[in-house]
Design a protein around this ligand. Structure first.
Ligand code: NAD
Length: 296
């Protein structure tokens, strides 16, 4: 079997176009422009790239982008004061604090100080609880993007066996909740899982979110399974820098029914879902109908 490639780049462009269309209608009908504030503390190079990209795409879909770049030595008090200001700013519908934060800042405290209604990353403990109990919440962007691609490919996921490799709060756990919400039978595998190959071989859906280059070989994949590769790993091969996923793409593509590539799979969907979440937050804040197909 040769897998169908799930083109996350094209899918993300479609989501962005949908968001842009709805933002234009929102502006025309109610005069409201959704606004996203991104807070970056310090000069981590990867974070700077992500923040730039988020700002650019926010503006491209017609939303307002507010970037707050703070010194690496910024105190917790000053950061919390900025978040408080953004929480109370009616022009700001979404707040994202770029992670990781410098070591002297308490990430949990900072994230939980964001107004849950503006928590477009979906990391606030209230949103985690709402998602876990099947209530309306802000859903973390990367798992939301994965779910959108899975729903688009399969239609219903009901009754499918899904294995999520990785149990982080950002990807693994919310991904498992979303799959459970769509009536999959979900297994969460992690670094202590006994016989990972056996667990993965049972799965109709495999979501790999580990951060280990090409650790899932093709012979772990059940014939015809759908593989969503969240991993983004920088490696050097043949003297060149390369991005690879957590799945060995070449061998997995020979057995899977469908697979996301790296790059061009899950990655582009993450920012598209951030924009979708900002639009959703704006609609909720203004008691307007939520955009269709862009939320869970
Ligand atoms: P993390 O380090 O927080 O979590 C990794 C998880 O993998 C842990 O739960 C750990 O138990 C598990 N793990 C580690 N070694 C393992 C092993 N040998 N076998 C099975 N499980 C193992 O990472 P994260 O933040 O969840 O990110 C995971 C990957 O996804 C990284 O490569 C990251 O860059 C990528 N990522 C991509 C996007 C995107 O937009 N595409 C977004 C977030 C994360």
């Amino acid at each position: 079997m040769v897998a169908e490639v799930i083109d996350g780049k094209a899918f993300a462009a479609k989501v962005r176009a949908q968001v842009a269309d709805q933002v234009a209608k929102l502006k025309e009908q109610s005069g409201i422009t959704p606004g996203l504030a991104v807070v970056l503390v310090g000069e981590d190079p990867a974070s700077q790239v992500y923040v730039r990209s988020k700002g650019k795409q926010t503006v491209e879909v017609g939303m307002n982008s507010y970037e707050h770049k703070l010194d690496a030595e910024t105190s917790e008090e000053d950061l919390l004061a900025l978040i408080d200001k953004l929480n109370n700013d009616p022009a700001v519908h979404g707040i994202l604090v770029q992670l990781p934060l410098p070591k002297h800042l308490n990430e949990d405290l900072v994230i939980n100080s964001i107004d849950p209604a503006k928590d477009v990353d979906g990391f606030h403990i209230s949103n985690v609880g709402l998602l876990g109990t099947g209530q309306k919440s802000m859903v973390p962007c990367t798992p939301l993007g994965c779910l959108m691609m899975l729903r688009d490919y399969h239609g219903s996921l009901s009754g499918m066996d899904a294995v999520v490799i990785g149990r982080s709060n950002i990807v693994g756990k919310p991904m498992a909740q979303l799959l459970l919400g769509d009536s999959c039978t979900v297994t969460i595998a992690h670094s202590r899982t006994k016989d990972l190959p056996d667990v993965v071989r049972r799965a109709d859906i495999v979501v790999a979110a580990v951060g280990r280059p090409e650790m899932v070989p093709g012979d772990w994949i059940k014939e015809g399974a759908t593989v969503i590769d969240v991993g983004i790993n920088r490696i050097e091969r043949d003297g060149k820098n390369k991005l690879v996923g957590d799945v060995d793409y070449a061998s997995a593509a020979e057995r899977a029914g469908a697979i996301t590539p790296v790059p061009g799979g899950v990655g582009p969907m993450t920012i598209a879902c951030l924009l979708a979440n900002t639009l959703t937050a704006c609609c909720r804040a203004n008691s307007l109908p939520e955009p269709e197909g862009l939320t869970v």
